[in-house]
Design a protein around this ligand. Sequence first.
Ligand code: G3I
Length: 334
Amino acid sequence: IMSMLPPMAGQPRYLGTAIQFNALLSNQTYVANLLGEFNAAAPGNQMKWVSLQPQRRKWFWDEADEFVRFCQRHGLRIKGHTLIWHDQMPPWVTESLSAEALRWEMLNHVRITVARYKGRIPAWDVVNEVIADKRGDASHHGDGKTYRNSLLMRKLGPDFIEAAFRAAHDADPSADLIYNDYNVIDGGDKADRMYEMVRGLLQKGVPIHVVGFQTHVKGPELEIDGDVAAWMSKAAANLRRFADLGLKITLSEIDMRISGWPASERRWRQRNAYRALLAMALVQPKMEGLTFWGFTDQHSWIHYEFGADEPLLLDEEYRLKPAYHGALRILGHL
Ligand code: G3I
């Protein structure tokens, strides 16, 4: 019932979530809530390089195919996630591959994966998280930007970014291609460098259509002097400059950690912060849709990475949290 976003320029907008694959197959409550609330989905892990090609030339499609079938059966728009990422790479992709072999394998992975789902997956995260967190992170400075120090960057240099987009486009010319990163929604140095990179790619004619702002946020950090308004206006200004490049934009992996707030206030402050965030996002030009990184606190990467938290809209028993009601007012009633 949340997925009633007003259209953008006549086009329907999507409201999506990352999928916990095991729950998709075995948990009816999970599936009922998913289908009741969302009209789009991204696989949490099933389309990453290590999942699809755990051994060289040994492809494993079962789970990705099952995910795609599920989405088609239920009319969910699919976002392919994620073709090129420094994390969750297959163990056989190592320093000992020659640069030439590595480049071939990377492009082969992109081509084969995109081609397999041609016409069924309308948008792909092509390159994920190549901008370094801080300028001083001693990574690759090849073309004046500061990139994350990753295997692909060390061995291939920043040209692999462009090559991956071109290969994806060749494999499915009708798919929207996305650059996706985190800690970039509210502007700042990392966002500036992402902006320069994206603008450079566009100037070269690289097929890139959407920028994904992951939006894994920590609730208390949205509050500046006890209020979220200043953060929201920074984010709005930042999002707008990307839209002004002619690109579509999306919030692609939304969740909000709340353990930094006093226990008695967490859920209400989360509700208010989610409302402000979604209200800000929806009025931005070229905002094509929103994707949460899960919807029940039962299943979230946050627990593994940062310890117990309550980042999503439903609690671990699938009860509607204040955040859900706050989001619903914004998403369901505009
Ligand atoms: O399911 C097992 C559980 O049985 C076991 O007890 C536990 C112990 O560590 O691991 C669980 O598996 C975890 C899995 O998520 C569950 O979904 C893995 O350890 C964990 O590595 C894996 O993390 C995934 C993460 O990417 C990998 O870095 C998350 O699911 C996935 O949501 C997350 O998503 C990424 C996006 O792809 C890109 N942007 C950032 C985002 C968050 O890291």
